[in-house]
Design a protein around this ligand. Structure first.
Ligand SMILES: O=C(O)CCC(=O)C(=O)O
Length: 296
């Protein structure tokens, strides 16, 4: 937890030590009086004993705000995650969308046979390599983070049959596919929304996961008065296991960001296939322009 989120829970402060009780002047202490018992030994009582401090409550200047607890979505079905001025944001989670034996052979073939490469993006004029491998399918190029993936109409046959199954399950059609390969737990994708103008308004994105389970996290966009501070926003975790289909639709790309964070314990490879629909960019439009400014 960030220092700021942790501090948000603390309501008081440690006070100065209490003054020692003073002996009134003129009173002679009776040396025969019983001496106070020495402090009882505790398991941490080695070394000199310090005067105990007390905790004083200070009314905070501003009311204390709770960081909302993170929600976990694991159950199959439709989940309305928010309702705001931009409309309903919705996730549909279908674990086991692919039977395990199909997911196994599809994963092996796609890992071995797709033209994976590492893309170089630009952020504030600086080039950086994405911490994962990708490839792109679609009749139109796809630009994000100031770098373009060329059109590629050579769909792998496994991807064509997967696209048909995803279209059938979702009732949506998709003309493009971004494939991500997370080689191990160190590969990741940072906070972003899939809100390039080329995806159109309120896009539906269908994501199929193969291989090791990774956590797909979402965080709500903060209201304007928070000035881009995500400390108090709602958060959701969705573990995406082998063969799962996740659909994001409605206002999800307007009102939420998502990421797959690095992990610090061993993870095997994972492939994520995100089916999308790309529209030709209007004349004079900068390719890859965002409705908001986020980078993948
Ligand atoms: O790997 C995932 O589940 C998410 C991929 C993603 O966010 C993207 O391709 O935009």
């Amino acid at each position: 937890m960030s220092d700021k989120r942790q501090r948000a829970r603390v309501q008081g402060s440690w006070a100065k030590p209490l003054p020692k009780p003073s002996v009134p002047t003129g009173v002679v202490q009776n040396s025969q009086q019983p001496k106070p018992a020495p402090p009882a030994a505790t398991s941490w009582g080695c070394g000199p004993q310090k005067t105990p401090k007390t905790f004083e409550f200070h009314q905070p200047a501003k009311p204390v705000r709770d960081v909302p607890p993170e929600r976990v979505i694991e159950q199959a079905g439709d989940h309305e995650i928010s309702l705001g001025p931009s409309g309903v944001s919705r996730l549909r989670l279908l674990p086991g969308f692919l039977p395990p034996e199909d997911a196994d052979w599809m994963f092996s073939r796609l890992l071995a046979e797709l033209p994976w490469s590492q893309k170089t993006n630009l952020r504030q004029g600086e080039a950086y390599e994405e911490p994962r491998l990708t490839c792109w399918y679609g009749e139109l190029p796809y630009t994000y983070s100031r770098s373009t993936m060329a059109a590629n109409t050579q769909w792998h046959p496994v991807l064509l049959s997967l696209r048909a199954a995803v279209q059938q399950a979702s009732g949506c059609s998709f003309n493009s596919l971004l494939c991500n390969l997370y080689r191990d737990g160190h590969d990741s994708i940072g906070w972003h929304s899939d809100d390039e103008a080329s995806l159109g308004l309120k896009p539906t994105i269908a994501s199929v996961s193969l291989g090791d389970t990774r956590v797909f996290s979402l965080r709500k966009q903060p209201p304007p008065e928070e000035n881009g501070d995500y400390t108090y926003v709602e958060r959701i975790r969705v573990p995406l296991s082998h063969g799962t289909l996740l659909l994001m639709d409605g206002a999800t790309q307007d009102d939420w960001q998502h990421q797959v964070a690095k992990e610090y314990h061993d993870r095997g490879p994972r492939i994520n296939l995100t089916f999308r629909t790309i529209h030709p960019e209007p004349e004079g439009h900068r390719p890859g322009s965002k409705l908001r400014s986020t980078t993948k």
